[in-house]
Write a protein of this length. Structure first.
Length: 400
């Protein structure tokens, strides 16, 4: 009997010790900052890198802050390194990674995929992966040829600070690359106009959260001294990223965070609300005058301007019956888990010139944009009315 009791006690002790070991096992998160800086933002790459070094001093030694940097520096191959305790370590060029022996475009889908595959395979995590998209962006916009706006990450391929480039990454391309990578806990878009429903829905199956701004953001981007520790908060990273970013540009930076598991429900609710709106409209193209819009496409000297990204909730609030809006808003609030209101934002196109035709209020601001098909008599709108059809959001929401 004594032997049996001793055996039981030993078993309990071993189980208890094993449990203690599991509880003490450090949780590791890997976040890759993809810096597409071979363009006019190259100037800000060094200052943001300095902030990341400072921020890295406040994260666990078990966590991995990985940076891929392609900037406008003649003779420098794009490189990847880990930032730990304020220092870049384990730095390797794309040649060292056996990706390429030349300065490839950061916006090449091939390079994007190879770099992420290298980073996530060499720095595996037990508590999730994150991705920071650092650079230029223009929401869901899609182009085939060289043009000013199309998705994310323009690279001019000339090691200069020129804005114009040879290639951007379209959002569907990003989705296809990320489908081959470990599932992400979050995508933090430190770039303009990323928080549009079209882009978020496209990425809904590759990440748990998308965080960013529906509008243009300041060239200097996020304050990484405080945002880096926030990204590695294993319990409350979403709210902390937004809080720390917003406080640096308070009242001048609209932000939102979307829980992607709710995007299917939001698509269904949005489709229902749109049916209600268009069933009572005499025209297929409602008057959008006065609605909040986050960006203007433009020709030379920014004129004429065309509105592209309308605040999704402002449109439904204006045109849907009150009850239909309230039903939609309940679903919306489950998807948009955090947002920050701003009365204006920093823009290259002058607030006074382009954004004086609407008023920002907390009731009207919803933090994400939507494209509303507009009169195709204007060639510009006819083009984008067609382009939007390639997006999964359009198929889920507009085809009724």
């Amino acid at each position: 009997m004594k032997k049996l009791i001793s055996l039981v006690c030993l078993t309990v002790l071993l189980i208890s010790c094993h449990k203690d070991e599991e509880e003490q096992t450090p949780q590791t998160r890997t976040v890759v900052v993809y810096m597409s800086a071979e363009n006019r933002l190259s100037y800000y790459a060094d200052s943001d890198m300095a902030e990341m070094k400072e921020g890295s001093k406040s994260i666990s030694d078990n966590d991995n802050l990985i940076v891929y940097c392609d900037r406008a520096v003649e003779g420098e191959l794009p490189w990847l390194g880990r930032i730990k305790n304020g220092v870049i370590i384990d730095s390797v060029s794309i040649a060292d990674m056996q990706i390429s022996n030349k300065d490839e475009l950061a916006s090449s889908p091939h390079i994007f995929e190879k770099v992420l595959s290298y980073a996530y395979s060499h720095y595996p995590a037990t508590d999730g992966y994150g991705l920071v998209l650092w650079g230029h962006a223009s929401g869901w916009l899609v182009e085939d040829s060289v043009a000013y706006t199309r998705g994310y990450g323009v690279d001019n391929g000339s090691n200069s600070s020129r804005f114009d480039g040879t290639l951007w990454l379209n959002i569907p391309t990003i989705r296809r690359v990320l489908e081959k990578q470990p599932h992400l806990s979050f995508i933090f878009a430190d770039c303009c106009n990323f928080m549009c429903l079209e882009s978020i829905y496209e990425l809904r199956n590759v990440t748990d959260y998308v965080i960013g701004s529906p509008a243009e953001i300041p060239d200097m981007g996020a304050p990484y001294t405080t945002v880096v520790p926030a990204m590695f908060d294993h319990n409350n990273f979403v709210n902390r990223i937004i809080d720390n970013y917003y406080v640096s540009n308070k009242d001048y930076l609209p932000l939102s965070a979307v829980k992607t598991s709710e995007m299917e429900n939001l698509a269904t609710a949005t489709s229902t609300a749109l049916k209600t709106i268009y069933n009572q409209q005499e025209s297929d193209y409602p008057d959008l005058t006065g609605l909040i819009h986050y960006y203007n496409e433009y020709s030379s000297r920014f004129l004429p301007s065309y509105s592209i990204f309308y605040d999704a909730g402002d449109f439904i609030l204006k045109y849907a019956p009150t009850e239909a809006y309230q039903v939609w808003k309940q679903v919306f609030d489950r998807a948009i888990v955090d947002k920050r209101f701003a009365t204006s934002w920093m823009t290259n196109k002058s607030w006074g010139t382009h954004y004086s035709d609407f008023t920002m209020t907390t009731e009207r601001f919803h933090g994400v944009s939507i494209f509303i098909p507009q009169d195709p008599q204007t060639a510009f709108y006819r083009y984008y009315n067609q382009r939007i059809e390639s997006f999964l959001w359009h198929k889920a929401v507009w085809q009724w």
